[in-house]
Design a protein around this ligand. Sequence first.
Ligand code: CTP
Ligand code: MG
Length: 229
Amino acid sequence: MNRRVYAVILASGKGERMNCGFPKQFAEIKGKTIIERSIEAFEKNENVDEIIVVSEPSTIEKIKEIVQKNGYKKVTKIVPGGAVRAESSSIGVGEVAEDDAKVLIHDAARPLVTQRIINDCITTLDSCDAVHTAIKATDTIIEAENGMMKTATERSRMMQVQTPQGFRAGTIKKAHCLAKKDGFAGATDDCGIVFRYGLADIRIVEGDRTNIKITYPEDVAVAEIFIEA
Ligand code: CTP
Ligand code: MG
């Protein structure tokens, strides 16, 4: 059975670390805004049926204009996000009616997501309820507290996570419901929430070193190099 595939694109952040005077999703990389590039990756994917954009409340109209201007046909909803990422994500997923649909949650701030990653996430959800995108860590990771090293880790076992993160809608809705009761405390990414409440085994799809998150101004230059290549 072919389950309906939704992409929830999170664009309700303020982009404070980017410090460009407006939410970073509207910054341009090689003539196109970050939000356009992120929406386009899912718009052109033949396995994605519908796109829900979660927007900063004050930029909903701006996103509507972008959707109209580009003629994106899969964007069915643009909804206002919440105070923290997990809340925005729960609002977006809440727009998906069917519990057995596949939902890919993606940071608008990762405009270079590849078609291969999107397809691998969708296919992997045929045989599990949750999928994470991650790459092997290149730097050694330590745990620290108050300026002191607390825990050493084995680099070969460490991975850096990216998005999309994919779920059966029912699984992620249940996770968000539990996280909401806890005030979304400590909730960063969606797989982290599912993991915390032990709701599903989480398979890992190989991400890509080019699938960077635009966080600081210098990340734009890196993205430009990847686009040129
Ligand atoms: N996001 C969201 N709602 C929030 C916070 C973040 O939808 N309340 C989204 C952002 O728009 C972004 C993604 O989550 O696409 C990853 O967050 P991050 O990189 O931290 O973006 P910002 O929160 O915008 O940036 P900063 O933390 O520097 O302010
Ligand atoms: Mg943030």
